[in-house]
Design a protein around this ligand. Structure first.
Ligand SMILES: [Zn+2]
Ligand SMILES: [Zn+2]
Length: 260
């Protein structure tokens, strides 16, 4: 990674980080930790109680080697799902920690729309586990960008929060503003594949000042949910065109339809 990109990474001074750590410790002592999913008291801050934990479906082998959709049964090493056989994504390895369903939806939407940023550290831990192979090869983590009007309204990009937490856990650097979204797009879930492609055309761009700084590195895109995959593919195309050596994808959750 270039020095210019490295120097753009956020920096927290050591004394301030110390103050924050002590304040966090004092809060932990005074206020008992609450489950991320309900009101139950738990031993550790940022954890789920046993009941909420049992509703989360963690994704493990076997899954599609390209997009990471879980298979109902093992179909051999490096197997691809029918969708990836027809049209392999531009990214190499897509991995997700949990299935996006009734068990995980509340937590995911809480971060996206409800200011529930206390889930971020748990999400990063889940991703560190699900994406350990991807992270071992990673040069830089890049969050999927929000359009600036959405960022203004929400005050944070949930993908960037996850990327920063995962960066801290894994030691991989984070480039929070490498990609930008040039216009707002409607939800893609109800559109057909070709409409999604047209809608996302030229929406994701490199930040004007970062355009020449990728230098063949291995980028890991970070997002909260993998639904249609169109935005992740659009980001991957932009990064590869800008000189990334390869792109992998890590999302906390993904939608799943039975694929075998
Ligand atoms: Zn709970
Ligand atoms: Zn697949």
């Amino acid at each position: 990674m270039s020095d210019q990109l490295r120097s753009s990474l956020p920096y927290l001074s050591a004394p301030m980080a110390g103050v924050r750590r002590v304040a966090g410790w004092m809060l932990d002592v005074v206020i008992p930790a609450q489950c991320l999913g309900c009101d139950s008291i738990v031993d550790t801050p940022g954890a789920l109680c046993a009941s909420c934990w049992s509703t989360i479906r963690f994704i493990d082998h076997p899954y599609c080697d390209a997009c990471g959709v879980p298979f109902d049964f093992d179909v051999g090493a490096n197997a691809l799902c029918p969708s990836c056989v027809r049209d392999r994504p531009e990214y190499e390895r897509g991995r997700s920690a949990v299935v996006y369903d009734d068990g995980s939806r509340g937590l995911i939407l809480g971060l996206k729309y409800g200011d529930r940023t206390d889930t971020v550290r748990a999400f990063a831990r889940w991703l560190a586990r699900a994406g350990n192979e991807v992270l071992a090869d990673a040069d830089v983590l890049v969050p999927v960008p929000l359009h600036w009007t959405r960022l203004f309204k929400r005050r944070y990009n949930q993908a960037a929060l996850i990327a920063h937490a995962l960066g801290k856990l894994s030691g991989v650097e984070v480039a929070p503003d490498l990609l930008v979204r040039s216009r707002r797009t409607p939800p893609l879930g109800n559109l057909g594949a070709s409409q999604r492609l047209t809608t996302m055309r030229n929406v994701i761009a490199m930040h004007p000042r970062r355009r020449r700084e990728l230098g063949n590195c291995r980028v890991v895109l970070i997002d909260d949910v993998h639904t249609t995959g169109s935005t992740l593919r659009s980001c991957s195309r932009t990064l590869l065109k800008a000189g990334a050596g390869a792109v992998d994808v890590l999302t906390v959750a993904r939608t799943v339809h039975s694929v075998n």
